[in-house]
Design a protein around this ligand. Structure first.
Ligand SMILES: [Zn+2]
Ligand SMILES: [Zn+2]
Length: 191
């Protein structure tokens, strides 16, 4: 069942909505060093990272995400030359979503941190359980038993299918992060 989830940054300046379509998403727990470095860059690790240094993301299509307030307080950073664009708020340093460099790719990884749920049960009903648990080798402390040390390659065919379906249906746009093909805001490069 499709659900609409409200999005709001910690300080309330940036607001939006995400349409959650169960057939068009991957619910990811990522423990990679880049996600951890990103939280350090935002100087907001205590809020962003969980006890293992992990981040929860909902990977879906850009067309399902809208930002209706405060887009002027959203910027991106790129950690490495081939790295993704990591969009965040400038008001309260919250991760918003990740995209690739090209607006033509039907992919966005929305931070679960700024999704508003009344209860954990509501969250589970809307997003379902985490399906991909990746990069456990970078876990802070002991690696959780159920996390893959790197990326679980068994998901690659599903991800390729998701990309193909998104492309055929034109779900790469509209994207809140691109005006046609240009990023809507500065992309800071940390390299
Ligand atoms: Zn804010
Ligand atoms: Zn990561």
């Amino acid at each position: 069942m499709t659900t609409t989830v409200a999005l709001e940054c910690t300080c309330g300046s940036v607001k939006g909505e995400l349409t959650v379509v169960p057939s068009d998403l991957f619910h990811v727990h990522c423990l990679c060093c880049d996600c951890q470095r990103y939280a350090q860059y935002l100087n907001n690790e205590a809020v962003i990272l969980d006890e293992f240094g992990g981040t929860e993301l909902l990977q879906t299509y850009p067309a399902y995400l809208s930002i209706r307030e405060g887009i002027d307080k959203v910027q991106a950073v790129q950690l490495t030359p081939k790295g993704i664009y990591r969009w965040h708020t400038t008001c309260c340093h919250m991760p918003v979503a990740n995209t690739v460099k090209s607006s033509a790719v039907p992919f966005v990884g929305v931070s679960v941190k700024w999704m508003k749920f009344a209860t954990e049960q509501d969250k589970l009903a809307a997003l379902g359980p985490v399906t991909i648990k990746a990069f456990g080798k970078y876990a802070i402390g002991a690696m959780p038993d159920d996390v893959h040390p790197r990326f679980p390659l068994v998901y690659m065919p599903k991800i390729l299918g998701f990309m193909l379906k998104g492309k055929l249906r034109g779900r790469h746009r509209p994207s809140p992060f691109f005006n046609a093909t240009l990023p809507v805001a500065e992309v800071r490069q940390l390299f």
